[in-house]
Ligand binder design. Structure first.
Ligand code: NAD
Length: 275
């Protein structure tokens, strides 16, 4: 356990995650990919996961490994399927000698009034955005406990703290992630494992690009007006969060300086939930 004197040094000295392994779900794109890059830059071996074109994913995997000089493996487990999730965690732990850092990031969105919301979309959003977190944590935690060190970071959302209309499944799943985060945090509180949730506001990734398109059509507005007056209406700083900001927050949560942050939600939303 580092002393308080050790903590006077920067909590994130280069290579401080050497020898650790991180599994990030949904890391073939957007926030997950930025977190994979940030953790690899700090020295961690990486398991990437997510959907996409196999050749592009292989390029991504080998580029990450080359750029940061770490091991990077890919697992295409579908976050809708419990058996694939559990197998991914076990396989990754075997290959990388344990999973020390788990980031539950995979997510999808669907926007519709609740009385028209397709049941299958509800089921899929609950499964991918919430239940997959339960299955990865359940599979990865015994190894963390055995090594008495671990970091679990769940990608919730400002929508895990407050609601917006037409996002019933997403808001329900992200609020559920907050409850899961707090429960796991209490269960590991006496160990060197922490479990926290990051709650971003709007981040410009493919998940949000789709919403900009839909809203522009629905309101017959141009893209810039949709971004300012619809998408960023609730985000007081009126700019998107950059994926790199979230990558660095994940790195910080893995540091010793963050070892007493447990069961927290970290809003990264330009003041949205301060209202
Ligand atoms: P994204 O669409 O860029 O990435 C989503 C990732 O999840 C991709 O890698 C995709 O392949 C993967 N994925 C989707 N379905 C999957 C499945 N069934 N199995 C395995 N992987 C699957 O989205 P993003 O914006 O980077 O979102 C990442 C996370 O951050 C999500 O949980 C999202 O809810 C959350 N978030 C995003 C924003 C935002 O504004 N973009 C804001 C708050 C929270």
């Amino acid at each position: 356990m580092p002393t308080s004197k050790d903590l006077l040094a920067s909590p994130v000295t280069p290579g401080f995650l050497d020898g650790k392994a991180a599994l990030i779900t949904g890391s073939t794109s957007g926030i997950g990919l930025a977190m994979a890059r940030a953790l690899a830059a700090a020295g961690a071996d990486i398991v990437i996961n997510g959907l996409g074109n196999p050749d592009e994913i292989e390029n991504l995997r080998s580029e990450l490994a080359q750029e940061f000089g770490v091991q990077v493996i890919y697992d295409g487990a579908n976050m809708l399927k419990e058996s694939e999730i559990t197998a991914m965690v076990q396989k990754a732990a075997d290959q990388l000698d344990g999973i020390d850092i788990l980031i539950n990031n995979a997510g999808i969105q669907y926007v519709s009034p609740i009385d028209e919301f397709p049941a299958q979309k509800w089921e899929d959003i609950i499964a991918i955005n919430m239940s997959s977190n339960f299955y990865t944590i359940r599979a990865a935690l015994p190894g963390m406990k055995a090594r008495n060190w671990g970091r679990i970071i769940n990608l919730s959302s400002a929508h895990g703290l407050v609601a917006s209309p037409f996002k019933s499944a997403y808001v329900a799943a992200k609020h559920g992630v907050m409850g899961l985060t707090k429960t796991v945090a209490l269960e590991v509180a006496e160990t060197n494992i922490t479990c926290n949730a990051i709650c971003p506001g709007y981040v410009r990734t493919p998940l949000v690009e789709g919403q900009i398109e839909e809203q522009a059509k629905a309101h017959s507005m141009n893209h810039d007006d949709v971004i300012r007056d619809v998408i960023l209406a609730a985000q007081p700083n009126k700019r998107f969060v950059e994926v790199e900001e979230l990558g660095q927050i994940a790195v910080f949560l893995c540091s010793d300086a963050a070892r007493s942050i447990n069961g927290s939600d970290l809003p990264v939303e330009g003041g949205w939930t301060a209202r």
